[in-house]
Design a protein around this ligand. Structure first.
Ligand code: FEO
Ligand code: CA
Ligand code: CA
Length: 658
């Protein structure tokens, strides 16, 4: 691919754009923001003493250890359910894992996936190669075992988005202190589309080592052009019909697949999150879809795909955005299968979709809508799961009830059904059918009085405890006076975690209780108001909880997105959080991602003897000089995970992680 001469224009990185919202006013109160408080505190503490100033770091090319300290520290948390010794918080160019564990890179952007994939050549990228290779920014990881001993399995990995300035040689430069990005060419757009979606790849373990099975017939890439079908109550509806698809049932591709889930019958759920960013074009204010699209921030103008593909231009295909924002179900055991967008589960910016089998056999799926002041949802299937009939479970997700959460101040929680005809979800309010309720899930939830939350991310059921953990990553636009019980901090820079107790362990319950497990941030700064236990060390606290997992011992692990030298003095990573007994609210650091990376995954095998982690957008934090890729991959070795990558962790002497 050649890079053409271009007219410079200032751009924001996708990471910047993801942090913004289009439909929420910014805080104009003039009060010092939490960022101001932290910056003051951080400089007081002299966290950079003996190291480089931030401005100097920004101009640096190679990863440099910014905060020393890779040595493990002793921990005194006798009551903890975790056994490992935590590592030091900090920021540098590589990853760190707790003593006694090995962390190895299993897959990186560009690695061959299908048997016919060419080797990665970052200087000569093309869409045909990318569509066979591991995609960009890897977020969700799922694992489907292929035997009883965890020696073979399928890894399911979402590719959420692309960063052109990090992918394409010469695509960006710095002019007058601003990052300037070339307009995407058609070639670049096609590569971006091929780098989205997901990867299914067979892996095999020999001893402590996992490796990709390069010639497995199950290896498959899903991209932004893979043919899919829409199923469920909204399929075929007028509002899903476009020029390309007059049936309203066939869609090309999936977008912005953030977190996800694996069903009890072994299918993969890919959650479509920030779909609005892929659309361009104008529509008049009186267009019937105008208000609907505005509610989702579409068109978002993040990408230039609409310049080459009309389906992303709302002036040409006004129903286009209605075909994204769904949960996509993929059968990884059938490489010829057509992915299905399950409309019964609603349309919003799904962070993920985690499942639990309820005691009555019905399947309950939890999903957050990741934007400031959006909601938490759960879907309860109409029919029970049958462990002996995989085919019979194939369309379980087409029938059921979607609920949205109202968190009341007294600690109770109402799961309100989003059912056409109930309450205000009637024709008088513009909902002619259940299809309208599902296409406009957010507006339907507004009318029911759902609780606007501080950016709901992963929502994780704990099957054995009857609990559900809700990651609320941050919301700096909540103003003083807008706090409520479930979102108790204005200018919530560091997020919090809510623990839901589903009544009597019944995950289908419509009335439950909740409490705040943790308010995140530095507990040594009183203004932050963090609530980690006193046993949590200087290394153990974190901000911005994003993804999480429950392991075989019912222990909670939290991955973060948004920690940095400037914000918290630490890279993102994976923290272990006690939820029971005297240690409840104690956190400690298990794994640290390299500078600029978001920590995603986390995925434990059923035995908890293997842990997969996703290192997303490493280097995307001021260390860039935007001369990618030469400055990003100095030696293409496995020493530094400076390409988006999947890391596999095992305990050195065997046994369970952590
Ligand atoms: Fe893709 Fe909610 O982060
Ligand atoms: Ca996320
Ligand atoms: Ca999860």
């Amino acid at each position: 691919m050649s890079v053409e001469t271009f007219a410079p224009k200032p751009v924001k990185t996708l990471t910047d754009l993801r942090e913004e919202t289009e439909d929420v006013p910014s805080n104009r109160s003039g009060n010092p923001t939490m960022g101001d408080v932290i910056n003051t505190r951080m400089s007081r503490r002299g966290i950079l003493s003996g190291s480089l100033a931030v401005s100097a770091i920004a101009a640096t090319v190679s990863p440099i250890a910014l905060v020393a300290g890779t040595s493990a520290r002793a921990s005194t948390m006798a009551d903890s359910a975790f056994r490992f010794t935590e590592i030091a918080a900090g920021v540098d160019g590589t990853h760190h894992v707790a003593d006694g564990h090995d962390a190895r890179i299993l897959l990186r952007w560009g690695d061959p996936v299908t048997a016919d994939a060419p080797d990665f050549d970052p200087m000569n990228q093309n869409a045909e190669a990318q569509a066979r290779q591991f995609g960009y920014n890897n977020d969700y990881i799922g694992f489907v075992p292929l035997d009883a001993h965890e020696t073979r399995g399928l890894l399911l990995v979402n590719h959420e988005y692309t960063d052109a300035q990090l992918m394409f040689p010469g695509a960006a430069s710095v002019i007058d202190g601003k990052v300037v990005l070339a307009p995407r060419t058609g070639d670049m757009v096609d590569i971006e589309m091929a780098a989205h979606g997901g990867t299914i790849v067979e892996i095999a373990r020999a001893g402590e080592s996992w490796a990709v099975v390069g010639d497995s017939p199950l290896n498959r890439r899903i991209t932004a052009t893979t043919p899919m079908i829409l199923t469920g109550p909204a399929a075929g509806h007028d509002r899903l019909r476009t020029a390309e698809d007059p049936t309203g049932t066939r869609v090309l591709g999936t977008l912005n697949n953030c977190a996800g889930g694996v069903t009890p019958w072994g299918t993969w759920l890919m959650a479509e999150e920030n779909f609005h960013g892929y659309f361009k074009g104008r529509m008049t204010g009186d267009h019937p879809e105008h208000a609907n699209h505005r509610r989702y921030g579409a068109p978002g103008f993040w990408y230039d795909w609409a310049d080459f593909h009309d389906r992303f231009d709302v002036s040409k295909d006004p129903n286009g955005p209605n075909r994204y924002g769904w949960i996509v179900e993929v059968d990884p055991l059938d490489p010829a299968s057509t992915p299905k967008k399950r409309t019964a589960m609603g349309r919003f910016k799904h962070e993920g979709c985690e499942t639990v089998v309820n005691r009555d056999g019905r399947v309950v799926l939890y999903s957050g809508d990741d934007q400031r002041f959006e909601y938490v949802y759960k879907f309860v299937t109409a029919a029970p799961f049958d462990p002996d009939d995989r085919t019979g479970n194939a369309d379980l997700l087409d029938e059921g009830t979607l609920h949205v959460a109202r968190f009341d101040a007294d600690g109770t929680l109402e799961w309100m059904p989003l059912v056409h005809g109930a309450g205000r979800l009637t024709a008088a309010n513009g909902f002619a059918s259940q299809a309208d309720v599902l296409i406009e899930t957010r507006r339907a939830a507004d009318l029911l009085g759902a609780t606007p939350m501080d950016r709901p991310e992963d929502v994780q059921p704990d099957a054995s405890a009857g609990k559900v953990y809700v990651m609320l990553t941050n919301n700096t636009r909540r103003k003083p006076g807008d706090e409520d019980g479930a979102n108790p901090r204005a200018d919530n820079a560091f997020g919090h975690i809510i623990e839901i107790s589903e009544t009597g362990g019944d995950f289908a319950s419509t009335r439950s209780t909740w409490e705040i497990l943790l308010k995140c941030g530095d507990p040594s700064i009183a203004e932050v108001g963090a609530t980690f236990s006193a046993a949590t060390t200087e290394d153990g606290w974190f901000g911005m909880p994003d993804n999480c997992a429950i392991d075989a011992e019912g222990r909670l692990w939290v991955a973060t997105d948004g920690n940095s030298l400037a914000k918290t003095g630490r890279a993102d990573g994976l923290w272990a959080v006690d939820t029971e007994g005297a240690a409840r609210g104690t956190s400690r650091l298990f794994f640290r991602a390299p500078v600029g990376a978001e920590m995603c995954g986390p995925c434990f095998t059923a035995s908890a003897e293997t842990l997969f982690l996703a290192v997303q957008h490493p280097g995307d934090e001021g260390l860039a000089t935007y001369e990618a890729p030469a400055t990003r991959w100095p030696d293409f070795s496995d020493a530094l995970p400076v390409r988006p990558s999947v890391v596999v962790i095992r305990k050195r002497d065997g046994g369970r992680i952590g």
